[in-house]
Write a new protein. Structure first.
Length: 605
């Protein structure tokens, strides 16, 4: 039996195909349309899923959509009526689309797909909960979901056992941890629904000077993690902005203009917000543990992408094990909706072993054979060298050691926002200049942004204060003290961005200013070639980790096809590109006239 899950019309539209309970394929629409956070109906993602399995829409027995449109419409309408006449502009902008299309979602889905079968609509946070628990390795586990908002719910908790999940309680709109974070994302000058991770990366440069202000005026947090926000300071219920003039007065001025200079104020606000977020997550986690008594926890929803909070919850919280859905945001709702239909609606048996998850490393997107890559290279007369696997790995290991920056395009594309060694840009973590080179000359993004390490799973404890798996780059740990450098007294006193260029460890390119790193543990079972590459580098250089950042530039989705990869390679200062078994040297390529436009085109988010 085939079940197709769909998420769409808010941000990060996606599709997922499940066959007899097995996740076969999943991808975000943005990867095909090249429009970042594409929210439109995921026509291309659906087609990919069907074509990957070699089936047609007629072979699909159930289509599931990740939330209930009528409940969402109820929330929107009730909110507008509550704040009327404030919000009339937002109302007039939103209502025509709802009345013409979104309220008739079943017909829209059937028409878009040419489908005549059954369509199901689980609630938004049920889809998140299903995406957290059902692919996890656990027979039973607590469930915590946190995001901006679904229909009404913004956070929920419950438990899963075998093929059943139950949500026990929730926090409802407008009180939302995700929207609180997004409000500050907006205020600090970043784009909502895409810039939140920038705020998280900015936080270590600041001090929590505004933390008390946030608690005193914006959010009232109880011991169980429940909270209420003071809506006098926010505008998102009825307006077209996240915050209002009263918020501006509280923090001493208007929001930072996008792309203007970041100041210590933004750094301090980011740090304050991050600490408040972590403390709320910790309280929620402790409450969920007290209520469920379960040793395992599963997480989903956009807030579950806050890897700093996740790492703290694992280190300091009561749970023995935590599993986080790699596509924790709305894209993962498509996967959760499909699994919800298979297990909860149809009642099919689920077999978990408390060890191995069902996510397949999240390598669920398109792949391209060496034959396809050969045709692509020959058709365009690109110069490339084909190497067998052993020679390729040895060659790339040597290039990394020579501080070359390499585009690494292998196997099935990742599902979710993180590149995990299939569509990655890689480099030497020991290089003191690699972070600035990659940020400014490859990614064309803010220089404060940290990079993540890919580390052999069996050697993680040699580098970090961690002894757990983190295959999806969703946990942060500290670099071991014995690997840190003793700082000069003057360096200890640096503040703000002056901290950036201080070498803090023997793996400086992935060591953030607070000595933390966002980890990806690499496992031979899920990505054998990537594991072999890092193992070769370890044998050659006595270093079992490399830099891994997503294969894209600022403002663009992660690359999907060989053509996407080649364009990104040529438009940046990457040195080499690996496409399957082919190695392309930048010096051998002929300019195709678009290189100089790339930075200007993608300078703004």
């Amino acid at each position: 039996m085939y079940i197709l899950g769909i998420s769409a019309f808010y941000h990060d539209s996606a599709a997922c195909l499940v066959k007899d309970g097995e996740i076969i394929a999943a991808a975000q629409e943005e990867r095909f349309t090249r429009k970042k956070h594409d929210f439109r109906f995921p026509t291309h993602a659906v087609n990919f899923c069907l074509n990957f399995e070699g089936i047609k829409i007629e072979d699909v027995e159930i289509v599931t959509f990740y939330d209930k449109p009528f409940l969402k419409f109820e929330r929107l309408l009730e909110t507008y009526l509550t704040y009327a006449p404030v919000g009339i502009k937002s109302f007039l902008k939103a209502m025509p689309l709802w009345i013409k299309e979104k309220l008739w979602m079943k017909d829209l889905i059937k028409n878009e797909l040419g489908y005549s079968g059954k369509v199901l609509f689980p609630e938004h946070h049920e889809s998140h909960a299903a995406s957290a628990f059902f692919p996890s390795p656990f027979r039973e586990a607590a469930i915590l979901t946190m995001d901006g908002v679904g229909e009404w719910t913004t956070s929920s908790y419950g438990a899963g056992e075998d093929n059943k999940i139950e949500l026990f309680a929730d926090i409802k709109f407008p009180h939302s941890l995700g929207l609180l974070y997004s409000a500050f994302t907006y205020y600090t000058g970043f784009k909502v629904n895409s810039g939140e991770y920038k705020v998280m990366g900015l936080a270590p440069y600041g001090e929590p000077k505004y933390k008390k202000l946030i608690y005193d005026h914006l959010v009232d947090v109880k011991e169980d993690g429940s909270f209420r926000m003071n809506m006098d300071y926010f505008n998102y219920c009825a307006g077209l902005t996240m915050t209002n003039k009263k918020f501006n007065m509280l923090f001493g001025g208007p929001p930072r203009k996008p792309e203007s200079k970041l100041t210590q104020k933004e750094m301090d606000i980011a740090r304050s917000l991050q600490e408040v977020t972590e403390e709320i997550v910790m309280k929620l986690g402790n409450h969920v543990y007290r209520e469920t008594g379960l040793k395992n926890l599963t997480l989903a929803g956009g807030v579950a992408l806050n890897c700093v909070a996740n790492g703290r919850l694992l280190r300091e919280g009561p749970f023995e094990n935590i599993w986080i859905q790699p596509a924790a945001g709305d894209a993962g709702g498509a996967l959760g909706a499909a699994l919800m239909a298979w297990y909860a609606y149809l009642g099919n048996k689920r077999t978990a072993d408390d060890n191995n998850d069902f996510q397949k490393g999240s390598y669920l997107g398109p792949d391209f054979s060496n034959g396809t890559i050969t045709s692509f290279i020959n058709k365009n007369n690109y110069k490339a060298v084909k190497l067998d696997e052993g020679d390729l790995i040895k060659k790339i290991s040597g290039l990394i050691a020579d501080e070359k920056v390499i585009g690494w395009f292998q196997g099935r594309m990742e599902f979710g926002p993180r590149a995990l060694g299939a569509r990655s840009i890689i480099g030497d973590a020991r290089s003191s200049g690699m972070q600035s080179v990659m940020n400014l000359k490859i990614k064309f993004r803010e220089s404060f942004r940290p990079f993540a390490p890919s580390v052999l799973a069996d050697k993680i404890s040699e580098y970090f204060d961690a002894n757990y798996a983190s295959p999806y780059m969703l946990l942060v740990a500290d670099v071991k003290k014995e690997r840190r450098k003793r700082l000069a007294e003057a360096d200890e006193k640096l503040t703000g961005f002056d901290k950036r260029n201080v070498i803090r460890s023997d793996i400086p390119a992935i060591t953030h200013v607070d000595y933390s790193a966002r980890l990806q543990t690499v496992h031979p079972e899920t990505n054998p070639l990537y594991y072999k590459l890092i193992k070769q580098f370890d044998e050659d250089q006595n270093c079992a980790l490399i830099i891994n950042t997503s294969f894209n530039v600022r403002g663009e989705p992660i690359v999907c096809t060989p053509e996407d990869a080649y364009k990104c390679f040529m438009r940046t200062n990457m040195d080499y590109l690996v496409l399957g078994n082919f190695l392309l040297d930048k010096k051998d390529q002929i300019s195709f006239g678009e290189e100089n436009n790339w930075k200007e085109e993608f300078e703004l988010d």
